[in-house]
Ligand binder design. Structure first.
Ligand SMILES: Cc1cc2nc3c(=O)[nH]c(=O)nc-3n(C[C@H](O)[C@H](O)[C@H](O)COP(=O)(O)O)c2cc1C
Length: 167
């Protein structure tokens, strides 16, 4: 089965760093996503410095996986590039994050999406901790590493959620 089916949230990692060539393909996958009007409003902050990882992991009660990871990717939206009236950037960034998670799986690594935006306090705290400029917002955190658990398939197919022609 391909990465779509086997991808899981992997929250524990061994101490090995993420190989640069794998990171390159992961970031390429993130930038390959569809985006409204093809604006590609994403940017990415790659964090490996342990002090920074500990700081950003402490900003959300649900960000424990980050504290255990050798690398955290922070997908960012550049609101100037997205455009003032364009609110589709949330979907753009979501598609990019999913591409990244799938490529992480493809590379034999483990990753976990940790929600930041639209929680206002988490977004503001991460923005401040990373000293981001005003037109740039952090969207999520993605921990990446060599997982202590394997990606594996769980069956979520529910035929009763599909409606044909009418609800
Ligand atoms: C928008 C979003 C936010 C999430 N935030 C967190 C989080 O803060 N911490 C965490 O450990 N997992 C987080 N997750 C991962 C979900 O808990 C996980 O995807 C879900 O339980 C399904 O498990 P799976 O990813 O292994 O298939 C998030 C997932 C999404 C899509």
């Amino acid at each position: 089965m391909n990465a779509i089916f086997t991808r899981r949230s992997i929250r524990e990692y061994d101490s090995r760093p993420v190989e640069p060539e794998k990171l390159d393909r992961i970031l390429r996958a993130g930038m390959q996503a569809p985006s409204a009007m093809n604006r590609q409003p994403w940017e990415f902050l790659v964090v490996t410095r342990p002090e920074t990882i500990q700081t950003i992991a402490s900003l959300s009660p649900y960000a424990k996986p980050a504290a255990r990871a050798p690398m955290v990717l922070v997908p960012l939206v550049n609101l100037q590039v997205a455009g003032e009236k364009n609110r589709f950037w949330v979907q753009d960034l979501s598609a990019s994050v999913q591409n990244i998670l799938l490529q992480i799986t493809e590379e034999g690594l483990g990753g976990c999406w940790m929600g930041i935006y639209p929680d206002e306090s988490r977004t503001q705290a991460l923005h401040d901790a990373l000293h981001l400029p005003k037109q740039v917002l952090p969207f999520a955190m993605i921990s990446i590493g060599h997982g202590l658990q394997e990606n594996h398939w769980v069956d979520r197919y529910q035929p009763d959620k599909i409606h044909y022609e009418t609800y």
